[in-house]
Design a protein around this ligand. Structure first.
Ligand SMILES: [Zn+2]
Length: 155
């Protein structure tokens, strides 16, 4: 499938999702034009605030390929990824993001990804969500263990 066909599928998934009670988002992960995984938003239907289409598609693709590294794959999403999904896409090492709607379109539909993007740019103490550092010395032990571990799988 070419990139137009793959995006058409992502958009189709976003519309189907609305019909079955999910959010209006769909995503497809493909490698060399072949669909590896596809998903739609199931936040309300699965009671999972992280069940965005992109995150769900990444979980499926990684499970199907048996790796946490999705290098060589591209994601087609019906909407520009929110900060959570964008982070997941970076962690998954996907090669490229194609998107249909952008974050302003999402905000107009009542999904304020743009708000979270703006929060990220602020210093932690200026964000609306309170953050407090707690027990950093104790927490650092896991990093020391990780750094010293010789047989670790890096990602
Ligand atoms: Zn998202």
């Amino acid at each position: 499938m070419n990139r137009i066909e793959l995006m058409k599928r992502a958009i189709e998934l976003s519309e189907e999702s609305v019909r079955i009670g999910g959010g209006p988002f769909g995503a497809v992960i493909a490698r060399d034009g072949e669909i590896i995984a596809e998903a739609s938003n199931s936040v309300t239907t699965d009671h999972d605030p992280t069940a965005h289409a992109e995150v769900s598609a990444i979980r499926q693709a990684a499970g199907r390929l048996g790796t946490h590294d999705l290098s060589g794959c591209e994601i087609f999403t019906s909407c520009e990824p929110c900060p959570m999904c964008l982070g997941a896409i970076y962690w998954a090492h996907l090669d490229k993001i194609y998107y249909g709607n952008n974050r302003m379109d999402a905000a107009m539909a009542g999904f304020d990804d743009e708000f979270i993007y703006r929060e990220i740019e602020l210093d932690p103490e200026d964000r609306r969500k309170p953050m407090e550092e707690l027990m950093p010395d104790e927490a650092a032990r896991a990093f020391r263990l990780w750094i010293a571990k010789e047989d670790k799988t890096e990602y």
